[in-house]
Design a protein. Structure first.
Lengths: 639, 133
């Protein structure tokens, strides 16, 4: 009965979504305010129903209801509770239900909290949100029903991919999905603005917090995903330019550009058409990412579905929404007046450069990800596009972008002089030069890009703090702090990436008990191997004792075996020190020796610390803007 | 040379390698010359593991990746340049083995398309700026 209740809730939510679209369409066409007034409650109830349906699916997984096909295929009663819960979205149907639920809740949030827009604009936005929702409800109900029954019920489930049984990964998909689907709000706002022609600072201020929220979640999701890949895959890499990673990076790049252009629109009433375009592109990238991951067109750890009907279905939705939005954009953008003009050397000019370079990086990632598919389809040519291509193309552009980021916040709006900028950047230049000198004197054998990266990181770290220079820190608005911390986060992350690329030390060995291995400044002794058991796995655990002066540290890497489904995984042992991480992996047995892989990764932790700072900056900015808007609203109500 | 022949056999028959043959000596062992090892490592990061999903042979647990790592180290140790080893791998396994797509008119759009986007963006941005008096 419970599964049927979930399915019924989903159908009802879909019906309300259709009703929402009809109310908007008829209400706007005939000018019926009473119909428009009904949109808000309908959207809220739709959100609640979708959430109920998703909670029911989680409940089925928690109870291990083996009469439900999805539970049988993706769960096992012996799994710990957390992974039974995470199993609900660790598969195609469940993750699509989560997608739709986030979409419906996003719609409910605009209905409940968005009060700044005019009623026509709000209605048009809700209509667009319903239009997107309808397609994905249809996909779920007709091609991916998560509540399908299995008759007769199975005695036991098949289990969840052990790679996914990790606390980090359990909560990785929800975080990313809130980011992906949160961008639907920006998309719907843009459609609403195109329909009503209301584009200006007020529109930008209304849209900004929604974009920020989605962007914060995307940032956290990508950072956490990168750390997961780093410690779980067991080879010390933190970014692989894997298509699924690219699928999450593309919406982030577009959302980052959108965040910056929306601030020009909010402050200076410039970049109107461009902002609308980025809002459309950002969510389109979310949908492209969903298509790439969910259609099974990429064979990868992340692709659960290998089913062409589903791929075709999502592709049709994609063409409908992206094509429709672009057609609307093309036909209406002429009605959007161009915004206020500005000089090339100005805050706006730097933000245009930011948008341009982010768009080019986005194009590189998109082309690099899709081109192998295109080449295969057009000329049956098997191509692999990977790190060498992305690093060589996107790398230099990203470095240029970071350099511009140092200057941007120090420029005045509308017009500024290069000489004045140079004076404001003098400490940053000194910091960069000091780093360059230090690297040369220490004889560090960094490659060209890591060298530039480290120098730039030092300069940008100083420059990112410069907007606080000479200000009363207590009275500095919170959103300025947000920008400063986010930009500092970029510098910190860049420093981590560059240091890791330049200074990582690797030791691979087949060791006998008692052997001593060397990696970087450490001497690592192989003490022995013993069996250990977990809730649903058994493992062999190596004991390593690492010394770099001072007390020895124990590292316990494991080779785990999961029975259902039968899989071997490596559990790396990672020791975080102030200046980097020592990373140890235990490989296969080789007669009387064991394969041991060791890495010393100086300052690698900065990569994710930077990511966390970027997200924190976003959060401060969000709170700061919200406070200011509320203060402004209070002042207005007093007048 | 006998080792090399053995390794070639191992790489040519990955299915057999998974069951019958022991792992190749240099699959998980570094070269003693750090310069050569660095060259081999850099190349391994650019060679795709053909039986894995989106991983290079430098970071894959698959047996075939191990055999290919051993091949790369073996050839680099014998004094071959990384470029030649890459060409040899491409000739043997096809273009898809290299994460750095070999230049041809079919892979050209990869490099040309970003330039077109950049040029188009610059052209769009030009209209935004105020003319200087």
């Amino acid at each position: 009965m419970i599964a049927e209740a979930g399915l019924a809730a989903l159908w009802l939510a879909a019906a309300l979504c259709a009703l929402q679209l009809a109310l908007v369409a008829i209400g706007m066409k005939e000018g019926r305010g009473d119909l428009i007034a009904a949109v808000r409650p309908v959207a809220m109830v739709q959100g609640l129903l979708a959430a109920a349906s998703f909670l029911i699916l989680i409940w089925l997984f928690v109870r291990s209801d083996m009469s439900v096909e999805l539970v049988v295929a993706n769960s096992h009663s012996a799994k710990p509770l957390m992974y039974r819960i995470a199993g609900a979205w660790g598969n195609h149907e469940g993750s699509m239900l989560m997608w739709v639920t986030v979409l419906a809740i996003a719609g409910a949030c605009i209905a409940a909290f968005e009060r700044q827009l005019t009623s026509a604009m709000h209605a048009a936005t809700m209509g667009a949100q319903a239009f997107i929702g309808l397609g994905f409800y249809a996909f779920l109900l007709f091609a991916s029903n998560p509540f399908a029954r299995l008759s007769p019920p199975a005695p036991e489930g098949l289990g969840l991919n052990p790679l996914l049984q990790d606390p980090g990964l359990a909560f990785h998909p929800p975080t990313l999905y809130i980011g992906y689907v949160g961008l639907s709000i920006a998309f719907s706002f843009a459609v609403g603005a195109l329909v009503t022609g209301e584009v200006g600072p007020k529109f930008a201020r209304a849209m900004r917090p929604w974009v920020l929220i989605a962007w914060i979640f995307l940032t956290i999701g990508i950072t956490a995903g990168s750390y997961w890949a780093y410690y779980e895959l067991g080879w010390g890499g933190w970014w692989f330019w894997d298509p699924v990673e690219n699928a999450s990076l593309m919406p982030w790049l577009a959302a980052t550009a959108l965040l910056h252009s929306v601030s020009v629109l909010a402050t200076r009433d410039g970049l109107r058409a461009w902002t609308l375009m980025l809002a459309v592109v950002a969510f389109s990238m979310s949908m492209v990412g969903t298509f790439l991951v969910r259609s099974g067109i990429l064979t990868s750890v992340h692709a659960f579905a290998v089913d062409p009907t589903r791929g075709t279905f999502i592709l049709v939705l994609l063409a409908l929404y992206i094509g429709g939005a672009l057609a609307l954009y093309g036909s209406r953008v002429a009605h959007v007046r161009s915004g206020a003009p500005f000089d090339p050397v100005s805050r706006e000019g730097a933000l245009v450069a930011n948008n341009l370079l982010l768009s080019v990086i986005l194009a590189i990632v998109l082309i690099g990800t899709l081109y192998p598919l295109i080449a295969d389809g057009l000329f049956s040519e098997q191509l692999s596009v990977g790190p060498p291509y992305f690093n060589a193309t996107a790398g230099p552009i990203a470095l240029l972008l970071v350099a511009i980021m140092a200057a941007g916040p120090l420029l005045r709006w509308r017009s500024d002089r290069l000489g004045a900028l140079g004076a404001r950047l003098r400490f940053a230049v000194i910091a960069g030069a000091t780093m360059a000198l230090a690297l040369v004197i220490l004889g560090a054998e960094a490659g060209v890009m890591p060298f530039i990266g480290l120098v730039l990181a030092a300069g940008v770290a100083v420059a990112s703090l410069a907007p606080l220079w000479g200000r009363n820190l207590k009275r500095t608005p919170l959103f300025t702090w947000g920008m400063v911390i986010a930009h500092l986060g970029i510098a910190v992350s860049l420093a981590g990436m560059s240091a890791n690329a330049a200074f990582t030390k690797e030791t691979l060995a087949a060791a006998r008990f008692g052997d001593v291995l060397e990696v970087g400044p450490f001497r690592v002794k192989f003490m022995g191997v013993r069996p250990v058991a977990g809730p649903n796995w058994s493992a062999l655990e190596a004991e390593l004792r690492a010394v770099r002066g001072g007390a020895p540290m124990r590292l316990l890497p494991q080779a785990r075996f999961f029975a259902s489904p039968p899989t071997n995984t490596n559990e790396a042992a990672i020791r975080t020190l102030w200046d980097g991480q020592l990373y140890a992996v235990m490989g296969a047995r080789d007669d009387d020796r064991w394969q041991i892989r060791l890495w010393w990764k100086p300052f690698v932790t900065l990569i994710w610390l930077g990511g966390a700072l970027i997200a924190l900056g976003g959060l401060l900015s969000l709170v700061g803007r919200w406070r200011r808007e509320r203060a402004a609203a209070l002042r207005e109500s007093w007048l | 040379m006998r080792v090399l022949g053995f390794l070639l056999l191992a790489a040519a028959t990955p299915a057999a390698a998974q069951t019958a043959l022991p792992p190749a000596e240099l699959a998980n062992r570094q070269l003693s010359d750090p310069r050569r090892e660095a060259q081999a490592r850099a190349l391994m990061e650019e060679i795709r593991c053909l039986v894995c999903a989106g991983q290079s042979i430098a970071d894959s647990d698959a047996d075939m990746a191990g055999d290919m790592r051993a091949l790369v180290r073996e050839r680099i140790a014998a004094g071959e340049s990384p470029g030649k080893v890459r060409d040899w791998l491409i000739a043997r396994y096809g273009d898809a083995v290299s994460y750095d797509p070999p230049w041809s008119w079919r892979s050209a759009p990869l490099w040309i398309a970003p330039l077109i986007v950049l040029a188009f963006g610059l052209w769009l941005a030009r209209g935004l700026f105020r003319r200087r008096r």
